[in-house]
Design a protein around this ligand. Structure first.
Ligand code: MLT
Length: 245
């Protein structure tokens, strides 16, 4: 069996992803925001590499049904209707809308999963649902890769801890190390270190501290809410949509 974690998509070559079940995590904040938008009725989230591509793509879609969303340096991109805060993704705003989204690390992690068999979008707000989907895939072919968006081209404590939580779920609660790569062992050890104190981990992480300093405390709190949105978003060819029930 193989259960791998990558702390950053920069660690990955296309061959690491091809044909595998991949779980992508960017707790602060992209995957939390995507889960919230889809749980609140957004039709889909289309992911782009940069804001120019997002604007071009949005121009080809029905303007009455399309919203541009995304951040650079954590703040909303000028001219975009939405930033990257889960709190902005209210039902009134996103229902029946297509979101075209670009973020610094999260959307890059999704784009790096091209070629995977299935890509599950995971956060704390959908942790159990996402982990169950990954566990089902693992039961079938014993081969899952968990990709953390990370921070500034390196490890992010928030994503690494949630990777560990998902790995432990996939392993059926067992914390054994057989078949895990070193990053997965570190991630599982973070769960042993912090237990279920999600809020502690998120507020300790660099991403959490930076968001709080910018006044986004509510986003860090929203991102800590275990299973608040028990959805299973799947990414395929640049689109994130909910898995069929
Ligand atoms: C990212 O994609 O890097 C993050 O989601 C940044 C953020 O917190 O907005």
């Amino acid at each position: 069996m193989t259960l791998d974690v990558a702390f950053s998509p920069l660690e990955l070559a296309p061959a690491d992803v091809t044909g595998r079940t991949v779980v992508v995590i960017d707790v602060l904040r992209a995957t939390t925001t995507i889960c919230t938008a889809l749980a609140h009725g957004a039709r889909e989230v289309v992911v782009t590499a940069d804001s120019a591509e997002a604007i071009r793509l949005a121009q080809s879609l029905d303007p009455a049904r399309t919203l541009l969303a995304g951040e650079r340096n954590a703040v909303r991109i000028p001219g975009f209707q939405l930033g990257n805060s889960p709190g902005e993704m209210t039902r009134d705003v996103v229902r029946d809308r297509t979101l075209v989204m670009t973020t610094t690390n999260g959307t890059a992690a999704l784009l790096a999963s091209a070629g995977a068999r299935e890509v599950i979008v995971a956060a704390v707000v959908n942790l159990t649902a996402a982990a169950q989907r990954a566990q089902t895939a693992f039961a079938a072919d014993a081969n899952v890769l968990i990709v953390c968006a990370g921070r500034e081209r390196g490890v992010g404590l928030d994503d690494a801890y949630v990777a560990g939580r998902i790995a432990v779920e996939i392993l059926g609660g067992r914390r054994h190390r057989k078949g895990l790569n070193d990053a997965a062992i570190v991630a599982v050890d973070l769960v042993i270190r912090y237990g279920d104190r999600v809020d502690r981990v998120l507020s300790l992480s660099r991403a959490g501290r930076e968001l709080a300093a910018l006044g986004f405390h509510a986003d860090v709190e929203a991102a800590s809410q275990l299973d608040a949105h028990p959805v299973v978003p799947l990414y395929h060819e640049r689109r994130v949509t909910l898995a069929a029930a």
